[in-house]
Design a protein around this ligand. Structure first.
Ligand code: GAR
Length: 207
């Protein structure tokens, strides 16, 4: 049984999708813990209701990023994760933290990377006149919102779209793509060759 630890900062809808898929599809894995840097994150209550360990490590209690990341890493290690999933975790991580979990830490970002790393991705896509938007699941490397791409989901940008309407369209695809990508990881179905990630049995990495 692989052990999955999920980091969130808020709503946690991607975390919910992963917890539900793991149970419904009988993955050879279980979600060992959900950890948030915000004690009031709504997703913590969902995890608790499911009997999953739900822990807050409040970043405001720490003087700097290094101290927060050190405590966060030690809490995570306590759950011995095989896979560390960032699901709407809105903190920049130190290089040391990233190195520690390299190769087993993944993130979902709401754009078609390498376009629009950082914040306000949907607004920037609309303002740039993009006709296609989406989300990316990738291995985490020290560069922000950068790393070998595991899967991408694409949606149209429609005339009249607002940040809210585009974000809802993308999020619905994230909820399909992210559980799938995490399942591939726990089933050891990914091969990484430099920056390129391939599914070993040829499942489509474009949704
Ligand atoms: C998701 O849209 C995710 O792509 C985004 O935050 C949202 C979290 O929603 N992540 C980032 O922006 C990371 N840079 P959720 O809490 O409901 O899963």
């Amino acid at each position: 049984m692989k052990r999955i630890v999920i980091l969130i900062s808020g709503r946690g809808s991607n975390m919910e999708a992963i917890v539900q898929a793991c149970a419904a599809e009988g993955w050879p894995a279980r979600v060992a813990a959900v950890i948030s840097n915000r004690p009031d994150a709504a997703g913590l209550a969902f995890a608790r209701e499911r009997g999953i360990a739900a822990v807050a490590v409040d970043h405001k209690r720490f003087d700097d990023r290094e101290a927060f990341d050190a405590e966060l890493a030690s809490v995570i290690e306590g759950f011995q994760p095989d896979v560390l999933v960032l699901a709407g975790f809105m903190r920049i991580l130190t290089d040391g933290f990233v190195q520690r979990f390299a190769g087993r830490m993944v993130n979902v970002h709401p754009s078609l990377l390498p376009a629009f790393p950082g914040l306000h991705t949907h607004r920037r896509a609309i303002e740039s006149g993009c006709k296609l938007a989406g989300a990316t699941v990738h291995f985490v490397t020290p560069a922000l919102d950068h790393g070998p791409i595991i899967a991408q989901a694409a949606v149209p940008v429609l005339p009249g779209d607002t940040e809210a309407s585009l974000s809802a369209r993308v999020l619905a695809r994230e909820h399909v793509m992210y559980p799938r990508a995490v399942r591939w990881l726990v089933q050891d179905q990914l091969r990484v060759d430099g920056d390129v990630v391939m599914h070993t049995a040829g499942e489509s990495q474009l949704l």
